[in-house]
Design a binder for this molecule. Structure first.
Ligand code: GDP
Length: 471
């Protein structure tokens, strides 16, 4: 501002002080304040609006309240291996397929819709919660509700705990399906008791976590589960605007020898039509053909509808955000811009928090919470570390252990850390090779210790900006 006013910074700061604004040379001031100062210098003020290509072609301004209509909830099924995720999804799908359609549902597109009376529910059929977390790491918020499947005869297991932490970190509603109720060893009370240890208090005990006993084999309770999904969706008042250019997320994509790149996309807002020009991550193209989850050709898809499309010039990545745009030339420019940005981002994954940059990020006011994942060889250490770390919280930064568990640092831990901008600490455990490679690639800070005191000391120093540099 001083430069524009042909004044010195000190002169501008002085005028600001008169206005009661105590700003330093590098602070940002708002337009109105700048106007007042400029007037003091008898300068003429005009608002310069810089519009990026992104803003020009991706216009969200039409989403006023009166354009919004209810949309179907998007649901993902999570849980420990063998607790019945696949069987439950099948049971839900078949419960709602009429005999005439039954032949048409063999195709897998990674997502589908189920109709319950006059309502639709969209299920993401991506393998486990891995995809769910990858998407979030890429900035896509796709899921509204997570169904946590827990086998009634087995109870909460390590991957159940992981799923709970992933769902909580993503801020989605959790509905617990207590599965395998037909088995003689089924003990739903025990499952509910275990859930309370993870701050999931069953509704029937006064909490807010719905727990629905089901059996994917006998189909008992499936209808109750679907009704609970609808009820939860109603409470969330999920809405979207069908009368705008489509926008959403790539669920999965592959290259087909004959048809070229094929992408399953979830429309999250607007309506996607064949012929639309779309930008998906760093790919661009025109929607040539569109099919729904039943394999039927369709011409348009509204909010919460998953579709498979052809016509992109390259294979996008799961989790990429897509937008329908009106101008092909601008679309190609935007893709170029994103490709350059991505190269730069790969070059420096600086945005991720590490113990070394923690203090700088805190000083800049970017860090209000330090997220940590704790892995250890025994449960006792996990708890001890969690408590000691959370006690380091002060007025500036809250230390928050978002996940703790026993065992080696896994790929899934790194994914969660990457998605939540967390640091991983390990006690007497090591990362498995894939985890180590991914942590390096994603710039996730992983610290290994043998002594709890060392860890607490190091993080405390990092928070105070007194971490000894590593050579
Ligand atoms: P996933 O690994 O979580 O997808 O679990 P699956 O759906 O593959 O199920 C694992 C095993 O549990 C399979 O042998 C299923 O037949 C069985 N199973 C799933 N649900 C039920 C159920 O409600 N009752 C019984 N008795 N078995 C079930």
């Amino acid at each position: 501002l001083a430069l524009r006013l042909k004044a010195t910074a000190a002169e501008v700061i002085k005028k600001l002080m008169v206005l009661g604004v105590f700003a330093a040379v590098n602070d940002t001031i708002d337009f109105d304040t700048a106007t007042l100062v400029a007037m003091e210098f008898h300068a003429k003020v005009e608002k310069e609006v810089v519009v990026t290509i992104e803003e020009q072609i991706i216009d969200d301004s039409e989403d006023k309240d009166d354009n919004l209509v209810p949309r179907a909830p998007v649901v993902v099924v999570m849980g420990h291996v063998d607790h019945g995720k696949t069987s439950l999804l099948d049971a839900i799908r078949h419960a709602n397929v009429t005999a005439s359609e039954a032949g048409g549902i063999t195709q897998h597109i990674g997502a589908y819709q189920v109709r319950l009376e006059d309502r639709e529910v969209t299920f993401l059929d991506t393998p486990g919660h891995a995809a769910f977390t990858t998407m979030r790491a890429r900035g896509a918020q796709v899921t509204d509700i997570a169904i946590l499947v827990v086998a009634a005869d087995d109870g909460i297991m390590p991957q159940t705990i992981e799923a709970i932490h992933h769902a909580k970190a993503a801020n989605v509603s959790i509905i617990v399906a207590i599965n395998k109720m037909d088995k003689p060893g089924a003990n739903p009370q025990h499952v509910m008791e275990q859930l309370t240890e993870y701050e999931l208090v069953p509704e029937e005990w006064g909490g807010d976590t719905p727990c629905i006993p089901v059996s994917a084999v006998t189909k008992a309770g499936i209808k109750d589960l679907l009704e609970m999904i609808i009820l939860t969706a109603d409470i969330k008042e999920l809405k979207a605007n069908p009368d705008r250019a489509a926008k959403g997320t790539v669920i999965e994509a592959r290259l087909d020898k004959g048809r070229g790149p094929i992408a399953t996309m979830l429309v999250q807002n607007g309506t996607l039509r064949t012929g639309d020009i779309i930008v998906a991550g760093t790919t661009v193209g025109r929607v040539r053909a569109m099919t729904n989850a039943d394999g039927q050709k369709i011409e348009q898809a509204g909010p919460s509808v998953p579709v498979e499309i052809t016509g992109l010039d390259d294979v996008p990545t799961g989790g990429d955000i897509f937008n329908a745009v009106s101008d092909e030339r601008l679309a190609r420019e935007l893709v170029e811009q994103r490709r350059t940005e991505m190269k730069e981002e790969r070059f420096n994954s600086r945005t991720k928090v590490t113990l070394d940059n923690l203090f700088d990020q805190m000083k800049q006011g970017d860090m209000k919470e330090l997220q940590i994942i704790v892995k250890a060889d025994v449960q006792g250490s996990v708890e001890a570390v969690r408590q000691s770390l959370e006690k380091l919280s002060d007025e500036e930064v809250r230390v928050n252990v978002i996940h703790g568990g026993v065992g080696a640092i896994s790929e899934s831990d790194v994914m969660l850390a990457s998605a939540s901008n967390a640091i991983i600490v390990g006690f007497n455990v090591r990362p498995d090779p894939v985890a180590e490679e991914n942590a390096k690639r994603d710039g996730v800070d992983m610290r290994l210790y043998r002594i709890i005191y060392d860890c607490i000391g190091e993080i405390e120093s990092a928070m105070k900006g007194m971490l000894a540099p590593k050579f």
